[in-house]
Write a protein that binds this ligand. Structure first.
Ligand code: COA
Length: 258
């Protein structure tokens, strides 16, 4: 694919958005490529964890491609927003953990893409922000909804109304980034996290994600019911039998995802 490629090694897929001359800004081709790669990885049992990153050391993704903005009509804008929201929700609903390895600017649609991932690890040179207001527009790929859910309304509005960029460290303090890693060892450090998850039961990862995301926004009684259902699902798996047997036999489990 021209802009997005992936490597699958030891059950970890690294998906890289590569449009370095434009800070990896998202154009319609990249959106389509992301869609088909995430569809393929969802179906591929060899893939257990996904890392999403940007090519180079300057940008994760510096937003949607601003060059398309001057000519789009309001109706086209709505379509573009819905299309991006659908893709990012697909990423968020992935049954495998998706880690954003934020290796530079994550701005606008790039920040929204990182927010749709389950975890965000930032290199020390990373910046996060929703600078759409600088252009007289707003976030349209889920940012006005995912950001307040993640960091609270006050902190989200701080970014959404000021358009300011925050450093990796400030993003960590706000709760956007899970952790900040040194630039020199960044991908190694992110891979260590992914390798830890690969050792876990794939169904346990799937149902932990499902329980969290399906429960979000529901009243607590209903959300707890979702958890009980997912708890039932994992107990109906060979992975549960294997995981518990391995603990009792003092050996490493061999999870097969069934
Ligand atoms: N859409 C289209 N092109 C973009 C882009 C975007 N979101 N972000 C960066 N680019 C392009 C620049 O136009 C420039 O292209 P050119 O070399 O053909 O002029 C190239 O990427 C390099 O960017 P440049 O601005 O020269 O790099 P910088 O290091 O000075 O600044 C940023 C980096 C990310 C701070 C700056 O590019 C920026 O503010 N980008 C826009 C971010 C934004 O508003 N995103 C939200 C969009 S809704």
């Amino acid at each position: 694919m021209p802009f997005v490629h992936f490597d699958l090694n030891e059950n970890i897929a690294i998906v890289t958005i590569a449009r370095q001359d434009k800070m990896n800004a998202l154009n319609p081709v990249i959106m389509d490529e992301l869609e088909s790669i995430f569809c393929a990885l969802e179906k591929n049992d060899a893939c257990r964890v996904i890392i999403l990153t940007g090519a180079g050391e300057k940008a994760f993704v510096a937003g949607a491609d601003i060059n398309q903005f001057p000519t789009i009509t309001p109706d086209e804008a709505m379509k573009i927003s819905r299309h991006g929201q659908k893709l990012f929700t697909k990423i968020e609903r992935s049954t495998k953990p998706v880690i954003a390895a934020v290796n530079g600017y994550a701005l606008g649609g790039g920040c929204e893409l990182a927010l749709a991932c389950h975890l965000r690890y930032a290199s020390e040179n990373a910046f996060f922000g929703q600078p759409e207001v600088n252009l007289g527009v707003i976030a349209g790929y889920g940012g006005t909804q995912r950001l307040p859910r993640l960091i609270g309304t006050g902190n989200a509005l701080d970014l959404l109304l000021s358009g300011r960029m925050v450093s990796a460290q400030e993003a960590k303090e706000m709760g956007i980034a899970n952790k900040v890693f040194p630039l020199a060892t960044f991908m190694e450090d992110v891979l260590k996290v992914a390798k830890l998850m690969v050792q876990k039961g794939p169904l346990a990862l799937k149902y932990a994600l499902k329980s969290v995301y399906e429960g979000q926004g529901l009243p607590i009684e209903k959300a707890l019911e979702v958890e009980a259902q997912m708890f039932k699902e994992v107990f109906n798996s060979q992975d549960r039998v294997e995981g518990c047997a391995a603990f009792i036999e003092k050996r490493k489990p061999l999870f097969k995802g069934n």
